[in-house]
Ligand binder design. Structure first.
Ligand code: ADP
Ligand code: MG
Length: 767
């Protein structure tokens, strides 16, 4: 039996850890595939349950210093768990606590380093100044004192604060797997041992080594900088993932329900389908449901990003996590626990944050070969200094330069920032999207959305309000208007098309009766048909008349469609009974949105099953570049294919119902969701309370994220590209430049910090 599960991984620090774990687990029998994300520190593993299990998998990586956090039976209960447990199940609050403890520990260690660093910098500075004879030499007593103090301080720094790096080195020696800790560990340990040997055998070495040159201060400062960098990075990383926590906090802990005629307050996980829930002013909606009594305005901004409170009457849907304003009402629970929209959103955000963007593949590949390459380079630099350097310098000087190069290369070349570049931007960006009501399915969708150059939109509901109204009736039958509408409404009663709603609303208003119907059928892209009082009726667009070969003068239809109205024609097999005109108002925000899309150099194509004249009228009003009217659902699909074959990257926005195939074909399918029935799983992007202006926001968000990733990758690479040759002493013969390991440590720490900081900026960028 195949199982696919996501685990928290303990002990992970960076991208090279990810590749070590990935390589190790892949070798185990029964493991099918692994996806590890260094940003979320999670591993998605598919494995064959009959051959292996999470405990076995964890055992395999434990010697390397990692482990999988395996949810216990009590946390991973059933599907019907409450959101609180859901959060625990997702391992969220737990990880955060652990992170906070880790952070505290790091902080304490950093604080203990402050006096140590001050002393070493003091000694270093004094030494340099004394060398240039700017100050008198340190008095003998003090110089001897520091001579013995520094090794002690360096020992504490390396073996207590720098323990993770030494473990990284130990792991490398035992298993052959190197990661960034290995590099730091090797560099600092070598510097330490060299210094130690000098101090211990000062007398006997003094003839061929400069015994006054020790590197205890370097060990101290490098470890201090790198630990500071890690501290800042961990602190920011906690911040990058807070979107989910905010969403979890929207969930009410209790609900006020009516049971046996009494109001009682119960825990949220005890609410079941059908419970009647009372919502008082100012309280939050605990589960999803349908209003059955009372009325109110609800602030849905936290879910949809829509700032205006929404009015709710009987039969309207309410969703968990939104907040009631002033009224009070009762609603019936229809979705509880993990079925609620909020739970879906959280799940989706979680998954999207953990997914890998294609652009990351490059970074992964580089960081996986980086560490061994750097190891080789560092030894090469040391070797070359000893080989070539000795021809120009004394042995002791060349050895000292070589050692500096060796340590600097190891320190500056850590691919840590490289591993953080993509995931941190994705995590922050996806969280930002969720706050705006833009739900992103995964990172690759996000990447594609950023390079979209054609947006295809459905007319009804996207550009127009999607709530057409019946505005005129042209009756060619022998019976009165009400009788005509009665037949039409009976047909439309079974349809979900917006046109059907306009007819039904009209019928309701006029108290027009609905008849019995049989043999009802939808005629795709054209309309519908059914048997009423023994007569077969058809309703729909002009294609219906054509299909039945009826003769009919269409001047009337031509004229009215030019004004943007849509005809609904009611016919029998023999004759046209009437033409009802419906009109759908244009969304004002659509005009602005199309303008903004044009500003982003995106072409907008409108696809509609509606009449050509109607479509053209609306396109002109809104400023659409190209229209394709009177299309059948499968033609929508073909149009998308056609655009793609011309080399366009196509996004398709639709209501997700009859547009499903086209949505799936598009490079990015965008579902405009209304109410609670979000087609979250099917679309790449879901816009809650979707109007098209939100689509513009989604596209600019993805562009911002992609730009952020590229900047991050640049910053991560530039440190290494410039740093390695500088550290190796390549510029030494020309400019006399040799990077001090201290600066290498600083640069390395700064690269991670600047990458995470840059990602955090996505939180507040204007969309
Ligand atoms: P669209 O979503 O662009 O309207 P559809 O494929 O849903 O595309 O419908 C195509 C056309 O078929 C509509 O524009 C309308 O003219 C006609 N049609 C579809 N359903 C109905 C209906 N229930 N009542 C009347 N006409 C309909
Ligand atoms: Mg449609």
């Amino acid at each position: 039996m195949n199982e696919s599960k996501t685990f928290e991984v303990k002990g992970m620090h960076c991208a090279s850890c990810a590749s070590i774990i990935e390589k190790t687990l892949k070798k185990i029998e029964g493991v099918e595939s692994i996806e590890i994300n260094p940003g979320t520190e999670k591993a998605k593993i598919s494995f064959d349950l009959s051959k292996t299990n999470p405990e076995i998998l964890s055992k395999h990586i434990e010697p390397l210093g990692y482990s999988l956090i395996i949810p216990t039976a009590s946390t991973a209960e059933s599907m019907s768990m409450s959101l609180d447990k859901h959060a625990k199940h997702l391992g969220f609050s737990q990880t955060k606590n652990e992170k906070i403890i880790e952070l505290k520990d790091m902080k304490n260690k950093l604080l203990s380093l402050i006096p140590i660093v001050i002393i070493s910098v003091f000694v270093m500075g004094f030494d340099i100044l004394a060398q240039f004879k700017l100050i008198p030499e340190i008095p003998y007593f003090w110089s001897e004192f520091f001579h013995y103090l520094l090794p002690v301080l360096a020992t504490y720094t390396l073996f207590v604060v720098g323990k993770p790096y030494l473990l990284g080195l130990y792991r490398f020696l035992r298993t052959g797997y190197a990661n960034m800790d290995t590099l730091i560990g090797l560099g600092t340990l070598v510097a330490f041992i060299y210094s130690f040997v000098i101090s211990a055998f000062e007398e006997s070495l003094s003839s061929f080594i400069n015994v006054n040159q020790s590197y205890y201060d370097v060990v101290i400062v490098v470890i201090a900088f790198i630990t500071l960098g890690k501290y800042l990075e961990t602190r920011s990383k906690i911040k990058t993932g807070d979107a989910i926590e905010k969403l979890l906090n929207l969930q009410a802990k209790t609900a006020l329900i009516i049971r046996d005629g009494k109001e009682i307050e119960i825990l949220i996980d005890q609410v079941v389908h059908g419970d009647l829930i009372i919502v008082k002013p100012g309280s939050s909606i605990p589960v999803d449901g349908i209003v059955v009594g009372g009325t109110s305005y609800i602030d849905e901004s936290m879910i949809s990003g829509e700032p205006m409170p929404v009015q709710k009457n009987i039969d309207d849907t309410v969703v968990a996590g939104t907040i009631n304003t002033t009224g009070s009402f009762t609603f019936k629970a229809t979705k509880v626990g993990s079925e609620t929209m909020l739970a879906h959103i959280i799940k989706m955000v979680e998954e999207a944050q953990g997914s890998k963007a294609p652009i990351q593949a490059l970074a992964d590949k580089i960081s996986s070969i980086f560490v061994p390459v750097v190891l080789i380079l560092s030894f090469l630099a040391l070797g070359l200094w000893l080989l070539i350097g000795t021809q120009y310098f004394e042995f002791s000087q060349a050895l000292s330069y070589g050692l500096v190069s060796f340590v600097s290369i190891l320190v500056i070349a850590c691919p840590c920032a490289l591993g953080l570049a993509t995931p941190t931007a994705i995590i922050v960006g996806v969280g930002r999207g969720a706050r705006e009501g833009i739900l992103i399915k995964d990172a690759s969708t996000l990447q594609k959305l950023g390079s979209v150059d054609v947006v295809v939109v459905d007319k009804t509901g996207t550009l127009t309000r999607g709530k057409p109204e019946l505005i005129s009736i042209n009756n060619f039958s022998n019976s009165n208007n009400n009788e005509l509408v009665s037949i039409l409404a009976t047909l439309e009663n079974k349809s979900e098309h917006p046109i059907a709603h306009s007819v039904m609303n009209y019928a309701k208003e006029k108290n027009i009766k609905i008849k019995d119907i049989s043999n009802f059928e939808i005629i795709k892209g054209k309309g519908l048909k059914g048997l009423i009082d023994g007569i077969e009726y058809f309703a729909g667009n002009t294609k219906i008349i054509k299909d039945l070969n009826l003769s009919f003068d269409t001047t009337l239809i031509e004229k009215e469609t030019l004004e943007g109205k849509t005809p609904v024609i009611l016919v029998t097999k023999e004759k046209v009974l009437g033409v009802v005109m419906v009109a759908d108002a244009i969304k004002v925000e659509a005009i602005e949105a199309i303008k903004n899309l044009h500003k982003l150099n995106i072409k907008v194509v409108m696809l509609t099953g509606d009449n050509k004249n109607t479509a053209e009228y609306i396109a002109k009003q809104i400023g659409i570049d190209e229209i394709v009217a009177e299309v059948m659902p499968e033609d929508k699909l073909n149009k998308i294919k056609e655009l793609q074959s011309k080399g366009y990257v196509v996004a398709m926005a639709g209501d997700g119902v009859n547009d499903a195939p086209a949505l799936a074909q598009a490079d990015v399918g965008i579902a405009m969701a209304t109410g609670t029935d979000v087609a979250i799983e099917s679309a790449g992007i879901t816009l809650l309370h979707g109007d098209i202006s939100k689509l513009v926001k989604a596209i600019s968000l993805s562009k911002i994220i992609m730009r952020g990733i590229k900047q991050n990758l640049f910053w991560a690479f530039i440190y290494n590209i410039v740093g390695i040759p500088l550290a190796g002493g390549l510029f030494f013969p020309i400019f006399g430049w040799l990077l001090s390991p201290v600066f290498a440590g600083f640069a390395m720490a700064m690269s991670s910090v600047s990458v995470v900081g840059n990602s955090l900026r996505i939180k507040s960028k204007k969309l």
